[in-house]
Design a protein around this ligand. Structure first.
Ligand SMILES: *Cc1c(COP(=O)(O)O)cnc(C)c1O
Length: 393
């Protein structure tokens, strides 16, 4: 029997009856293999040799001097395929293999999760089909090409707004009919149970490493841990390492888009209300009739109208707090880290950098030690940022 997968009143399983057996099978396999020595040895091997773990906790000296705080960066941007997503796709990919699945499906917005899934399919010899909104396919031709080079098939989704949330719906629809041989590899701490718990599990490596590294470098825990929140996986990964250390402030940074006071935002916890999206009860961006709004953020990874249920819970109990950084501020964060540290961050991660700057500048935070999760690198965002800056490349 499947457990309820609740975080307080959030989370759970809100899917068509037909999908319940698939989720039950997945939970059972996850619970079995997460503590299996052979599985964990193989996963550790790939995390180290294929993805490039452990990642450094880098002391950003120049930025620290400029801001009057001690700022450390958890370098998930150094991983293969450029972000933390590979931790989860390796974990679930391997789980699919141990479950005897011969096909993997995934959804992708801008393509980052699609790429991280495609390379794992290639690595493990499992065919991958990626659902992607037609509008995203046309906007992100280079990423489609990357996925196809790794042997994945990209399936354009022509329903609804032809973006991420429609791709997720189509992936679920596929899975209803294909569960016997297919694993659906969800890319963040969202969706029905067991996904939020399972994706978090595969991302806790970030927090475990970061905790050990900061203790080694500073001899004490940080005052604050700051991470960006889309679906919530990189933040949940790093938060998990400090969850029981009540003195460590946990701060999630949402994509504010054009500002939380407008309707063009991706800040689900700051601006949304309770509701069900993609199989889970959490916060969503919706109108008064319960219609899901389009999310907006300059960074594709924060452009999701839902958020992982455990974050909704952490906000409710006050263990973590959530803030929004708008597009303009994120672009300044992007420039700040590039200029002072020679590290070009992903636009998603730039939101965390921008809030770290704000936090450091508050008089009461002077001299504090801050860990920022640098979830990914900015190569993918160069053309967009150049355009925003009015630079021709
Ligand atoms: C996808 C992505 C995110 C957002 O996803 P989470 O599940 O919230 O971590 C953040 N940063 C980068 C670099 C990403 O690619």
């Amino acid at each position: 029997m499947i457990t309820d997968g609740k975080f307080g009143k959030y989370g759970g399983i809100f899917v068509p009856e037909l999908l319940i057996p698939a989720l039950e099978e997945l939970e059972k396999a996850f619970l079995k293999y997460k503590d299996d020595d052979e599985f964990n040895q193989e996963l550790d091997y790939y995390l180290k040799e294929f993805a490039g773990r452990p990642t450094a906790l880098y002391y950003a000296r120049n930025l620290s001097e400029k801001l009057g705080c001690k700022i450390y960066l958890k370098r998930e941007d150094m991983l293969h395929t450029g972000a933390h997503k590979i931790n989860n796709t390796l974990g679930q990919g391997l789980l699919a293999k141990y479950m005897g699945k011969t096909r993997i499906i995934a959804e992708t917005g801008a393509g980052q999760h699609g790429i991280a899934t495609a390379v794992v399919g290639s690595l493990l010899g499992i065919p991958v089909d990626v659902y992607m909104g037609l509008e995203d396919v046309e906007r992100q031709k280079l990423n489609v090409f990357r996925m196809e080079l790794s042997g994945a098939r990209v399936l354009p989704v022509k329903t609804g707004s032809q973006t991420l949330k429609d791709a997720i719906n189509d992936a679920f629809r596929d899975w209803v009919g294909s569960v016997e041989n297919t694993h659906y590899l969800i890319g963040s701490t969202m969706g029905p149970h067991p996904y939020p718990t399972m994706v978090k599990h595969f991302q806790t490596i970030i927090g475990r490493e970061a905790r050990e590294e900061i203790l080694q470098k500073e001899g004490k825990l940080p005052d604050a841990v700051i991470a960006c929140v889309g679906g919530g996986s990189n933040s949940m990964g790093i938060f998990s390492g400090f969850m029981d250390d009540k003195e460590v402030e946990l701060i999630g940074v949402e994509g504010g888009g054009y500002g939380v006071e407008t309707d063009r935002t991706g800040a689900t916890l700051c601006k949304g209300t309770e509701g069900i999206l993609h199989g889970s009860f959490s916060f969503v961006l919706q109108n008064d009739d319960g219609q899901i709004n389009e999310a907006h953020s300059v960074s594709a990874g924060l452009d999701y109208p839902g958020v992982g249920p455990e974050h909704a819970y952490l906000q409710t109990i006050g263990r973590a707090r959530y803030v929004a950084i708008n597009n303009e501020e994120a672009l300044r964060g992007f420039e700040l880290l590039s200029r002072y540290e020679g590290i070009i961050p992903a636009l998603e991660s730039s939101h965390a950098i921008a809030y770290a700057e704000k936090y450091a500048k508050m008089p009461e935070n002077k001299g504090k030690t801050i860990v920022v999760n640098l979830s990914g690198r900015g190569d993918k965002d160069m053309f967009l940022v150049a355009r925003e800056m009015g630079v021709e490349v």
